[in-house]
Design a protein around this ligand. Sequence first.
Ligand SMILES: Nc1ncnc2c1ncn2[C@@H]1O[C@H](COP(=O)(O)OP(=O)(O)OP(=O)(O)O)[C@@H](O)[C@H]1O
Length: 328
Amino acid sequence: MASAPPSLSTARPPTAASLHGGRRRGALPPLPSCGVRPPSLGGLPALRSAPLRRFAVRAALSTADRSAAPVESGGGKELLLEVRDLTAVIAETGQEILKGVDLTIYEGEVHAIMGKNGSGKSTFAKVLVGHPDYEVTGGSMMFKGENLLEMEPEDRSLAGLFMSFQSPIEIPGVSNADFLNMAYNARRRKLNQPELSPIEFWAYVYPKLDLLNMKADFLNRNVNEGFSGGERKRNEILQLAVLGAELAILDEIDSGLDVDALRDVAKSVNGLLTPKNSVLMITHYLRLLEFIEPRYIHVMENGKIVKTGDISIAKTLEKEGFKGVSEM
Ligand SMILES: Nc1ncnc2c1ncn2[C@@H]1O[C@H](COP(=O)(O)OP(=O)(O)OP(=O)(O)O)[C@@H](O)[C@H]1O
């Protein structure tokens, strides 16, 4: 099934992500850069670096496309994400990694995906946000009634998807404070709200730092530069706290965190949960799920979700390993 060719009205400069991200195989690439600033960045200065753009795009979360009609209701809740029979390959080699993923998430729900190393968990998360390393070859992904396959990675962010990466990247030369302030102001411009001055932004961000037990001097350091693994994870959650999201995908947010840091991060994520926001966590360990309690646990095996249940799955996994889960 081929996607419609991009129209001029949707033309925007390509990003590393938009060149391939989440497109079906054979679909046309976006039009080349015509020097027009992408509307989704809300007037941000042109950002040449893909990581910077990725972060900046997050700034525009929850802005433009919030008027999309609800798809359906389940017990009064709206459907947020519906993935059906999703298949995807590594763009470079054509190797199939996702082999028919099905997942449904309603607003206000917390889900977790567990599974052996290499089963496809991170790939699934990255395909959802349109990572350029993968091509979707079949199935569907709907987010708030919109077809993610027809949306550039930027638009997915605009629509309210946030992903915290397993290995957050550095942005040399850009301070955390400047980045977050710029990104948050971009979002406010989108919402037709006045920008915050650096002092006002400080007042906004300070309680969030406090919640994450992050020292204020992290704001003066370049984004993730020289940060320890745990500090990077906290910084990802700080970005989420500043920018907000309707579906936050947290890929192994617990890896490399000491127990106090895990508690801080979990407290912060729990503090962001509302009846409208959902979280999809990827984890190997029960301990994260004791802090951020999921309603559903899914087990991924060989590129598919093969089992869904409650916290008892994670408990069995912890005690008996995957063999125990397959016998449940
Ligand atoms: N860009 C890529 N290039 C080559 N191989 C890849 C790429 N992305 C994923 N893979 C392969 O796809 C498989 C699934 O990887 P993925 O990272 O999704 O697994 P995972 O379930 O998240 O594993 P883990 O629990 O170890 O993080 C692995 O065998 C991995 O090596």
